[in-house]
Design a protein. Structure first.
Length: 314
């Protein structure tokens, strides 16, 4: 179903900033929401009280709509859902699982729910649970990913459901947004480009790694565990791959992975840490404010749509 996602969410531009654990804090989220997009607070690294503090800090910085992401593999998921409802968060996105169990609670608290899905089957299941929209995320994305590409996934999800679909994975400029709309999407979610936003507090070494990355510089680790994670190829990714080749146990892999994202994001150790990034990093060239990023991408999108319509309506 095609919908005006700006109307549905109360935002100016159909651009949602993807949640990034340890990275999309109140500063980044406020900057995106104040610029007219939808900022999304990550909670994958927080417990309930940490989440409450960050939501309150965010409320001090913006009066625009925002969302909070629930990473469903988090050990603190129950507390986080509770805090989201208590704090009257307007919109929730979810990742790495199904929010079915929490839908009644969210609906009672007036929270709009927009899960990320990697497949048509998951999309159909979540629509049955009463979600408000879906984010169809292709394997081009950074972090925890499914197997299908954005190009193949988005139109299939659009045809399978009767809620608005937001496209994610491999989008970092106006061309990507236009492509998503051509596939039937009603909006886009973008992570990688916001990593290099001026208001993004990720370590400068992480930003430099994204800016330097080429098209072929990411890989997925964790394929053997059933939780593949897209990262920039580095010493950490090679060590992980070597362990996987030796059929290491889940415990050994977990041991290597534990704290790896924090190591890169907070300490700036981009060799031994996990530098999660989408495949589109090669297109991300410079640091800009969130307002510049959003307005530039939206301007390109509108221009492409106009040019294309003109060219083919004769
Ligand atoms: O959640 C993400 N991306 C993430 S979460 C994350 S934090 C993390 N850190 C270390 C290791 C692992 C994760 C980093 N990146 N994206 C949304 C997303 N959700 N992608 C795929 C899915 C998904 C997968 C399976 C959604 C539902 C689903 O359901 C399957 C099931 O069996 O429940």
């Amino acid at each position: 179903m095609y919908a005006d996602i700006c109307k549905v969410l109360g935002i100016k531009y159909p651009i949602i900033q993807g949640a990034m654990a340890w990275i999309s804090d109140a500063d980044l989220v406020a900057a995106v929401s104040n610029a007219g997009g939808l900022g999304v607070l990550a909670t994958g690294h927080l417990d309930g009280e940490g989440c409450r503090q960050e939501i309150r800090r965010l409320k001090e910085m913006t009066d625009k709509p925002y969302a909070v992401n629930v990473m469903l593999l988090s050990p603190f998921v129950e507390q986080i859902v509770e805090v989201i409802c208590e704090e009257k968060v307007p919109i929730v996105t979810t990742g790495a699982g199904s929010p079915g169990k929490y839908m009644k609670k969210f609906k009672e608290a007036g929270v709009k729910v927009i899960p990320v899905v990697p497949s048509v089957a998951m999309a159909k299941m979540m629509v049955k649970d009463g979600v408000d929209a879906l984010i169809a995320e292709g394997t081009e994305s950074g972090g925890h990913v499914g197997k299908t590409t954005t190009m193949a996934l988005v139109p299939q999800v659009v045809d399978a459901v009767d809620v608005p679909v937001i496209a994610a994975g491999g989008i970092a400029d106006g061309r990507g947004i236009a492509a998503a709309y051509m596939l039937g999407a009603s909006g886009v979610q973008i992570g990688t480009r916001f990593l290099v936003a001026k208001e993004c507090n990720v370590h400068p070494n992480y930003k430099a790694k994204i800016i330097k990355a080429k098209d072929i510089d990411t890989t997925t680790t964790g394929n053997s565990t059933g939780h593949p994670v897209r990262v920039i190829k580095n010493k950490m990714a090679r060590a992980y791959e070597a362990l996987e080749k030796k059929n290491a146990s889940a415990e050994e892999l977990e041991e290597l992975g534990r704290g790896a994202l924090k190591k890169a994001v907070v300490d700036g150790d981009v060799d031994n840490g996990s530098v999660m990034s989408g495949q589109i990093a090669g297109l991300v060239k410079k640091e800009q404010t969130c307002k510049e990023i959003i307005e530039e991408m939206y301007g390109e999108f509108i221009q492409i749509m106009k040019n294309t319509a003109e060219l083919y309506s004769k």
